[in-house]
Design a binder for this molecule. Structure first.
Ligand SMILES: [Zn+2]
Length: 432
């Protein structure tokens, strides 16, 4: 199908940092075929989107989340991490059924599309339900089954979680016209014994899958790892072979210089989760030092219970402001840098930067369209600064993924919103 977006302010996020005013984007099926100032003569669109007073940007990539945790939104707040996780979150999660995870993930996808997110990296359980949600809604995702094991005598051929993650890969990797990618999700160094992490790496090598893992989120994690193994979590994971694989490393808050060198040398992708790190008082991520080393830094919301939403505009805003404030350098993370973290850097982190993350011919048409005709955008001096510092999630009007319109003027095309809310209310009454 041919789609045309006309008269739009196009924030390409291409290498030359190009913004095209009154521009045109043509889309054939799932791909962008033209981006520029004039409409190609022979292009016959079936759908036309008028981009007047609108900005088109690459769909945002939420590079670390746990979508079903929207069910736990505002259920347990203002607590220390250990009490929050062990006393509040884990006991309730034990009650989740596959169907609960399906509807919760559906709600999360609604929230993400509403705020311009077109792709997310998820780690949880009942992941086949989330794969069904991704398939049905048309969004793009990298999915991994959360893996943990405290038993040193485990048998990798019998381990339920490893088997589930492998099955997930076999059933879903590459499905939905390539929108679904499956990774392996060893949760962290404090929830997986070393042999289990090695078994995960072996499985990743056999399948050709990437790895999504939490790294150095808290000082406690680092301390315990040093006490137990005599090295930092990053050195530990490096020695276990994790970084031989394409790795999404969530958090990376507490890092030594050597840790950062290992991340850089092994092309490990870091996902910065500013809201979650602040809310759980995990610490301040050394973004400047990592940027100086040339490490790829993407952005994530983490789960909605430690955020409490899935709004990437908030993460961009905070990412830029925290580093300026902490380093005492207002020039540090510019509006453009924050937008990069939420788009092309996210695509790189997920290993799909050849497909999404910038607007140019040949890329998949994953686009977020922002309504700029609002008081908080005028006068229009700098659209990138407006998007990072002034924009609200509610300014997102229309979203396309793989060339398909999934939300138009706020209306979902592939989701029955009433049905989802009805089911979420029912689940919440049952569990809580
Ligand atoms: Zn997480």
């Amino acid at each position: 199908m041919n789609t045309l977006i006309k008269n739009a302010t196009i924030v390409t996020m291409d290498e030359d940092n190009k913004v095209i005013q009154n521009g045109y984007i043509t889309i054939v099926d799932d791909k962008i075929t033209y981006v520029g100032k004039s409409l190609p003569e022979d292009f016959l669109p079936r759908v036309i989107i008028d981009g007047k007073h609108k900005a088109v940007l690459p769909g945002l990539v939420n590079a670390h989340t746990h979508t079903p945790m929207v069910l736990l939104r505002s259920y347990a707040d203002d607590l220390p991490l250990q009490e929050w996780l062990f006393d509040k979150i884990f006991p309730i999660e034990d009650q989740f059924t596959a169907e609960d995870v399906y509807w919760a993930s559906m709600l999360a996808v609604m929230e993400m599309l509403k705020s311009g997110t077109t792709c997310f990296a998820d780690m949880y359980f009942f992941m086949e339900e989330i794969a069904k949600v991704v398939s049905k809604t048309g969004i793009r995702a990298n999915l991994s089954r959360g893996l943990q094991c405290f038993d040193t005598d485990f048998d990798p051929k019998q381990d339920r979680r490893l088997l589930e993650n492998e099955q997930l890969f076999k059933d879903w990797d590459g499905e939905g016209n390539g929108r679904i990618k499956i990774a392996l999700g060893p949760h962290s160094v404090y929830t997986c014994v070393p042999g289990y992490i090695e078994a995960t790496v072996e499985l990743a090598q056999r399948l050709g899958a990437g790895i999504h893992i939490h790294i150095s989120e808290t000082l406690k994690e680092n301390q315990e790892c040093l006490n137990k193994y005599g090295k930092t979590p990053i050195r530990h994971l490096y020695d276990l072979g994790v970084f031989n694989m394409h790795t999404i490393g969530a958090h990376c808050v507490h890092l030594s210089d050597e840790d950062m060198d290992i991340l850089k040398e092994n092309n490990v992708n870091v996902v910065y989760n500013p809201t979650s790190n602040l809310k759980l008082a995990s610490g301040i991520t050394p973004v400047k030092r990592m940027m100086d080393k040339g490490i790829n830094i993407a952005l994530g919301t983490d789960g909605a219970s430690s955020n409490n939403n899935l709004n990437m505009f908030e993460e961009m805003h905070l990412a830029a402001l925290i580093s300026k404030g902490v380093e005492g350098e207002p020039t540090l993370i510019r509006a453009y840098d924050a937008l990069k973290m939420a788009t092309i850097n996210g695509a790189k982190a997920l290993g799909i930067d050849h497909e999404v993350g910038v607007i140019k011919p040949g890329m998949k048409a994953d686009l977020a369209i922002v309504n700029l005709n609002k008081p908080h955008f005028y006068p229009m001096h700098n659209v990138m600064a407006n998007l990072t510092y002034s924009a609200q999630a509610a300014d997102i009007e229309t979203v396309l993924v793989d060339g398909k319109i999934l939300m138009e003027k706020g209306e979902f095309k592939t989701i029955d919103a009433e049905e989802v809310i009805y089911n979420i209310k029912k689940i919440s009454e049952r569990i809580f």
